[in-house]
Design a protein around this ligand. Sequence first.
Ligand SMILES: Cc1ncc(C[n+]2csc(CCOP(=O)(O)OP(=O)(O)O)c2C)c(N)n1
Ligand SMILES: [Mg+2]
Length: 617
Amino acid sequence: MTQRLTMAQALIRFLIEQYVERDGVERRFFGGCFGIFGHGNVAGVGQALLEYPEFRYYLCRNEQAMVHTAAAYAKMTNRLGTLVCVTSIGPGATNMVTGAAAATINRLPVLLLPGDIFARRNVAPVLQQLESPATQDISVNDCFKPVSRYWDRIYRPEQILTALPEAMRVLTSPADTGAVTLALPQDVQAEAYDYPAELFEKRVWRLQRPRGDAASFRRAVEWIRSSRRPLIIAGGGVIYSEASAELGRLAAQTGIPVAETQAGKGSLGYDHPRQLGAVGVTGTPGANIAAREADLVIGIGTRYSDFTTASKTAFQNPAVRFVNINVAEFDAFKHSAVPVIADARVALAELAMALEGYQVDAEYGARIDQFRVQWEQEVDRIHNLRHGPPISQGEVIGVVNKVSGPRDVMVCAAGSMPGDLHKLWRARDPKGYHLEYGYSTMGYEIAGGLGIKMADPSREVYVMVGDGSYLMMAQEIVTSIAEGYKLNIVIVDNHGFSSIGGLSRWCGSGGFGTEYRYRREGSLAGEVLPVDLAANARSLGACAVRATTREQLEEALEAARGHDRTSVVVVETDINARVGGYESWWDVPVAEVSQLEPVRAARKAYEADRTRERTFF
Ligand SMILES: Cc1ncc(C[n+]2csc(CCOP(=O)(O)OP(=O)(O)O)c2C)c(N)n1
Ligand SMILES: [Mg+2]
């Protein structure tokens, strides 16, 4: 039994029939297809999408943005679903490279289908083709190779028979997932082939929950039982595995405190008695002091990025050891840990049984209680600073946190907000705090918010975006309005880069080139530019208002809850009212020689701080 279809038609038919199952629950894997058509896909995949309207086509405004939308959708579904992204050849295709990198670094599945140059080659060079004098077997789509977990180019229609199962295996693998790129030459998309009927039957991919090796697990239990100052670091893997309840029980049973990475924030509610909050460069004092003194770090579902390890300065106990629970072998072995290559939920449930009778001592327990009380007071202080106007960013965070409901989702990605949110946001639901901080892509925020809303329309989505990020990529407001997915967007306008301006001052460069000002006498030191971001958002179709005071911000956000379309509140903040760091450090190398005294001073401090960086053998 065969069916004669074009390669593009067969591809779409296949994608419609892919399902995933975990813990007995089954769902469709692909929620539809985003794209922008051009000559490289309109007659191929474009035609196929027209033929199968049950696979909904969404028209985005920018190809990079749609990959962020797909990644955010995947993150919101705990990687049980994603969206397909299709482009023309050339610039449409390469616009997706940044999105692909962000998805792969954050371990989120996205399926990318860039159009490609002709396989038959006789009409080359076609419009937008990159030619090489050294080979004809190259196109701009080769740029996707380092940012994809699986990459293939389909030269013949029958190649999808072997490419698609591999693409699905990678997309649904908790350890290997990331961007999957299938480059589709323009001519092959439209070519017909007699495909076997089995290709179009329903397929269910079981998401694996692997159990660790028994001997490594026993060793991990021994190390935990013999530790006196253990600390759990919860990463994104805890949330993707839906292991919050198991983690909360283990922490309560053993008294081991929990600190969270950006991706892991929300693993436990902010009010869990063992919750120490954010860890690392953007961490709380309690979590960072506990990390400094820990004799055992239990990393669960974490990659140990430099923000988590404070550039390898976070763990200063000379005897510190690591136990890593991770589905990815690569991460499990980091820091010479005892590797437990396992699903977080499975491993945590087994650990709770194996650790029966073990508890941290009362003195350590009391210290954690004290850290928690002190930190809650500090958060209250910053949430209610009453600075300005312009008000402080910490107060804006407090207001959004208060106005949003416990199931609502806050999304952010770049600038100074991620650090402040990591510390100050009181997470109440494992899906309520959505930070893209693997790639920290300016421009992810609104596009990502759209993906979150599409994945779970029952929740309000709060997009927190800096003026710099907004100016880089705001156009998906139009898509959100076209598709009826409402977003609540808070633009924090400080006329430039608070984050990088602060970093520039820290390394002695005085904030050079980081503010949106007129050029005066050669430098960007003139008046602040009169950019009206509310008018900009309104012009795209959103409801948009400005808020100057805390009360106006609260009112505007309350009013936005009642709106049926995307709403924007622009709030001006004081670029200099920053929330400092607590007990941590980040390695950003300062110039070794300079004519400028502030740079020389910064370099001296930098060299002293760097001596605390450790390697773990
Ligand atoms: C695409 C991209 N380009 C550059 C950077 C480096 N970068 C990080 S934060 C930042 C400034 C962000 O400005 P804004 O959104 O206004 O946030 P603020 O720093 O003012 O809080 C820059 C340029 C980045 N993360 N992403
Ligand atoms: Mg800014």
